[in-house]
Design a protein around this ligand. Structure first.
Ligand SMILES: NC(=O)c1ccc[n+]([C@@H]2O[C@H](COP(=O)([O-])OP(=O)(O)OC[C@H]3O[C@@H](n4cnc5c(N)ncnc54)[C@H](OP(=O)(O)O)[C@@H]3O)[C@@H](O)[C@H]2O)c1
Length: 246
């Protein structure tokens, strides 16, 4: 298992610099020439659902009784991905916008492999007993996870609400963490999965956090460059994704 994860992490090492050079063409970066497209919110549902389907399959094909810790890890992950795949797409104000199929397919691959690695750990390899709930790594990790999810949810909600129903354009987001970084939603999501890695204290969860960062750091940098190009009045001191740093 660890060899497989190592190989998968090597793929992330290749993908990260590629994503720094080639901006994934969806949302504000959509452009012609990327082949077949499908409606944006359908794309989100299809590409994010494998995450919870694969995790649930792993969890329930193992007939053994699960510990409280396994149930906790499972439900935390499920909470995020049920939200991302079945609720978030219906909150978006992107009527009439499309997403390339190639983005959907690459996200499906990302979710299939990551959810398999994590699903195997949560369902089979995790041997913690209830004592783990009192471990400082669990407590700190859970705090980071909740904070990260809160920031991600707040930032996405702020961005979605910049548009009145029916609008499709872009505005400069203001307030809270937006005063420091262009993409608090990506910052929050990275924090969330770093928290999950800490509370699971396992290589599979660490691998997932690294993959999330490899995906979202380049996206945040692309967003940041895009804001600066599009809005000459864009706040000069605002960083891309890590307050005061990057
Ligand atoms: N785990 C992962 O690897 C992963 C990968 C990708 C995304 N995600 C998560 O999925 C969520 C969405 O990601 P994203 O990169 O698509 O986010 P995003 O580009 O910031 O967009 C979020 C939503 O807000 C709208 N929006 C963004 N900025 C706006 C502005 N300045 N004015 C008006 N509307 C604006 C977007 O519309 P448009 O679509 O029309 O631009 C979209 O509907 C985030 O929470 C992210 O963390 C996770």
């Amino acid at each position: 298992m660890n060899t497989l994860i190592l190989l998968w992490l090597l793929v992330a090492l290749v993908i990260f610099p590629l994503l720094l050079r080639i901006t994934a063409p969806y949302g504000r970066h959509t452009k012609a020439g990327w082949g077949i497209t499908l409606p944006n919110h359908i794309g989100w549902i299809i590409m994010e659902s494998p995450a919870w389907i694969v995790m649930t399959t792993w969890f329930f094909i193992n007939p053994a009784d699960k510990s409280n810790v396994q149930w906790f890890f499972y439900l935390l992950y499920m909470g995020h991905y049920i939200y991302r795949s079945l609720i978030f797409p219906f909150r978006l104000r992107t009527k009439g916008k499309d997403m390339p199929l190639v983005i959907v397919l690459s996200a499906i691959l990302f979710n299939l492999v990551n959810a398999s690695i994590l699903g195997y750990f949560v369902s089979y390899a995790c041997t913690y007993t209830d004592v783990w709930f009192y471990d400082p790594r669990f407590i700190l990790g859970l705090a980071l996870f909740i904070l990260g999810f809160g920031i991600n949810f707040w930032a996405d909600s702020t961005l979605i609400n910049l548009r009145k129903p029916g609008e499709t354009g872009y505005k400069i987001p203001q307030g809270g963490l937006f005063n420091y970084i262009s993409c608090p939603n990506h910052f929050g999501e990275i924090l969330e999965w770093c928290g999950y890695a800490l509370l699971c204290w396992s290589v599979p969860a660490l691998s997932f956090a690294i993959w999330t960062a490899a995906n979202l750091l380049p996206r945040a940098l692309s967003h940041h460059r895009w804001y600066r190009d599009k809005f000459p009045e864009y706040p000069a001191r605002r960083k891309a994704v890590i307050p005061f740093l990057w």
